[in-house]
Design a protein around this ligand. Structure first.
Ligand code: AHR
Length: 524
C-alpha cells in the first residue's frame, strides 16, 4: 500500500503541468505620478526597397487582380490603418544611400539595380508619389531618408523643393504635372543611414560636415510647416554599444551643443537588432525554450543601449530637445530555407510578439528621450507586421502587439513598480514579468503586462494609487508553443483573446497565461 502511495505521488508530480503552480506578482500603478507623453511615433514603421517589402507587400500595380487603390493593396492598407501606423520610414535603410528620386517620378521610370538586397532589378514604379499616396491611404506621416552616401546635397534639396514648395517653381510645376499640385507634408527627414557602414563608411568628422550641409540646404518649404509642424531632422547615430559608436555619438552631440543657427537636428538615430551574432543564425520557427530564452535575453540589451545613449545625450542636451529615434530595431533571424538570402525573409512567432512588447516597454519607460522608433520592417522583411503571398495576407503575432498597444499612442506614462521575479532556463535568468501603464487622452488607464515565463502562469495583483477600479477588461495574446506562428493556411493561431480582471478589496486580480502579452483598460 505504502509503495502504491509513493508511486501515485510520483506520478502526480510527474504529470502535474508546471503551470498549475502560479507565481504571484504585485504591481503598484501610481496614477498621481504621471510622466512623459508616449509619442505615437514610437510605434513607427519602416519600409525599404528590399525583397518583397514594397513590391508585392505594398505595391501590386493598378492592373493587378489583387484588390488595390491606384496600385496599393487594399488589404494591407486596412491592416495598417487598424494599428494606426503613425509614420513610415522610406526608402531605406542601405537602399536610401543609393536611391535617386528622379528615377521614381513621371511616366518614364528606368529600371535600375538594387545591389544591397539581392542585386535584383528595381523597377522604380513605386516612387515619391506612390509613397505619399500610400501614406495618405493609411493615415501616416512621412519619414524620408535622403541619400547622403552616393547623392548630393543639391539632389536632396531639390527632392524637398519638389515635394514641399507652394511657389510656382519649375519643380512645383513638375510635381503638379505628375498629379499633385498641392505641396506635400514631410514630417521627418533622415540625413543618411548608417553612414558609419553601408551609408559610406564615414568617420564621425566627415559625417558631421555632411550633416551640417544637408541640414542647412535640404529645406522644407511647405507653408504649413514653417512653425509648429516644422519638419524634424534626424542625424545618424550609433549602431550598437561598441566604442566606435560611443565616439560617434559624442562627436554628433558635442557638435549639436555648439551648433550655430545655420544647422540643427531634432533627433539622433539608434539602430539595434536582436541577432545574438552575425551572420544571423537563429531560426524564426521550429525552435524551443533554449532559443526562446537566448533571444529574449539578447533583446533586453536594448535597455542598456537606450540608457547609455540617453545619458550621453543628457550631457550635451539636458533639455532633451534631441530625440533618440530607434529607427531600426527588431529580430533578425536566418533567412527562411529556400528564400533569397538577400530578401531577409523570416517567420514571425509568439516569441517575436513578446520581444516586441519588451522593446516597446523599454521605449515607453524612456519616453522623455525616445520619441520615435521604427520596427524593421513593416511587410515581408525581418520582424514584419504583415506577410503576403500574391493575393494572400496574414497578420503576424507582432502585428497584434502593435494593435493591442494602440491606446498607448500619445498617452501619458504612469509609473508601475513591481518585483518582477525570475524565470530561469539553463544558464539564462530573465525577469518573469514586465509591465507598463499609461493614461490616454480621455483619462482612461491602461496597463500592459508581459509574462515572459513560457511554463508558469502568473497571478497578478494590481494596486492602483489614486484610482478606485470598478472593473478591467482587455486582451491577451499567447499560443500553445513559443514558436507558434500565423500562416496563410492557419492565420488565427496567435490572435488576441478577451481577458478580464476581478476587483478584490480595491485591487485588480488576474491570472496570465505563460508566454503572454496582455493589455487591460481600467474602468474607474
Ligand atoms: O533593415 C535591413 C538593413 O539593416 C538596413 O537596410 C540597414 O540600415 C541595416 O543595416
Amino acid at each position: 500500500m505504502r509503495t502504491l502511495l509513493v508511486i501515485l505521488a510520483l506520478i502526480t508530480v510527474a504529470i502535474t503541468p508546471p503551470f498549475m503552480a502560479a507565481q504571484k506578482v504585485e504591481l503598484t500603478v501610481d496614477v498621481s505620478k504621471a510622466g512623459a507623453k508616449i509619442d505615437r511615433n514610437i510605434f513607427g514603421q519602416f519600409a525599404e526597397h528590399l525583397g518583397h517589402g514594397v513590391y508585392e507587400g505594398i505595391w501590386v500595380g493598378p492592373g493587378s487582380p489583387i484588390p488595390n487603390t491606384r496600385g496599393i493593396r487594399n488589404d494591407v492598407v486596412a491592416a495598417l490603418k487598424a494599428i494606426k501606423a503613425p509614420n513610415v520610414r522610406w526608402p531605406g535603410g542601405c537602399f536610401a544611400d543609393e536611391y535617386h528620386w528622379r528615377k521614381g517620378i513621371g511616366s518614364q521610370r528606368p529600371e535600375t539595380l538594387n545591389p544591397n538586397w539581392g542585386g535584383v532589378i528595381e523597377p522604380n514604379t513605386f516612387g515619391t508619389h506612390e509613397f505619399m499616396d500610400f501614406l495618405d491611404q493609411i493615415g501616416a506621416e512621412a519619414y524620408l531618408s535622403v541619400n547622403v552616401g552616393s547623392g548630393t546635397p543639391q539632389e536632396a534639396a531639390e527632392w524637398l523643393e519638389y515635394l514641399t514648395t507652394a511657389q510656382p517653381t519649375a519643380l512645383a510645376k513638375e510635381r503638379a504635372a505628375n498629379g499633385h499640385p498641392a505641396p506635400y507634408k514631410i514630417a521627418y527627414l533622415g540625413i543618411g543611414n548608417e553612414s558609419w557602414d553601408c551609408g559610406g563608411n564615414m568617420t564621425p568628422d566627415y559625417y558631421l560636415s555632411q550633416l551640417k550641409i544637408y541640414s542647412r540646404f535640404v529645406r522644407n518649404f511647405n507653408p504649413a510647416q514653417q512653425d509648429k509642424q516644422r519638419m524634424l531632422k534626424i542625424a545618424v547615430g550609433p549602431g550598437g554599444g561598441e566604442p566606435r559608436f560611443t565616439e560617434w555619438t559624442e562627436a554628433v552631440m558635442k557638435a549639436y551643443q555648439n551648433h550655430q543657427w545655420s544647422w540643427d537636428i531634432d533627433g539622433l538615430s539608434l539602430h539595434s537588432y536582436t541577432v545574438v551574432r552575425w551572420p544571423p543564425a537563429y531560426a524564426s520557427v521550429g525552435f524551443g525554450e533554449k532559443e526562446y530564452s537566448q533571444i529574449l535575453k539578447s533583446t533586453l540589451e536594448m535597455e542598456g543601449l537606450v540608457s547609455k545613449y540617453s545619458a550621453m545625450m543628457d550631457k550635451y542636451d539636458p533639455q532633451k530637445k534631441v530625440a533618440l529615434a530607434v529607427d531600426e530595431w527588431g529580430a533578425w533571424y536566418a533567412p527562411l530555407p529556400g528564400s533569397n538570402p538577400g530578401f531577409l525573409v523570416q517567420q514571425n512567432s509568439l516569441r517575436d510578439a513578446i520581444l516586441a512588447a519588451l522593446n516597446l516597454n523599454i521605449f515607453v519607460r524612456h519616453a522623455d528621450r525616445v520619441r520615435m522608433a521604427n520596427i524593421a520592417q513593416m511587410i515581408n522583411v525581418l520582424q514584419a507586421m504583415i506577410l503576403t503571398d500574391k493575393e494572400k495576407m496574414v497578420l503576424t503575432p507582432t502585428y497584434y502587439v502593435y494593435k493591442m498597444y494602440v491606446p498607448f499612442q500619445d498617452a501619458t506614462f504612469v509609473p508601475v513598480t513591481f518585483n518582477a521575479g525570475a524565470y530561469t532556463h539553463g544558464e539564462i535568468t530573465l525577469p518573469r514579468v514586465d509591465a507598463i501603464a499609461a493614461k490616454d487622452r480621455a483619462g482612461r488607464l491602461w496597463v500592459e503586462i508581459t509574462n515572459i515565463d513560457p511554463n508558469q502562469p502568473v497571478e497578478i495583483e494590481v494596486s492602483l494609487v489614486g484610482v478606485t477600479p470598478k472593473s478591467a477588461v482587455g486582451e491577451t495574446l499567447t499560443a500553445s508553443k513559443v514558436d507558434g506562428v500565423n500562416s496563410f493556411e492557419a492565420p488565427n493561431t496567435v490572435v488576441p483573446k478577451p481577458i478580464s480582471a476581478k476587483v478584490q478589496g480595491g485591487k485588480l486580480a488576474l491570472k496570465l497565461e505563460p508566454k503572454s502579452v496582455t493589455v487591460i483598460s481600467v474602468e474607474q
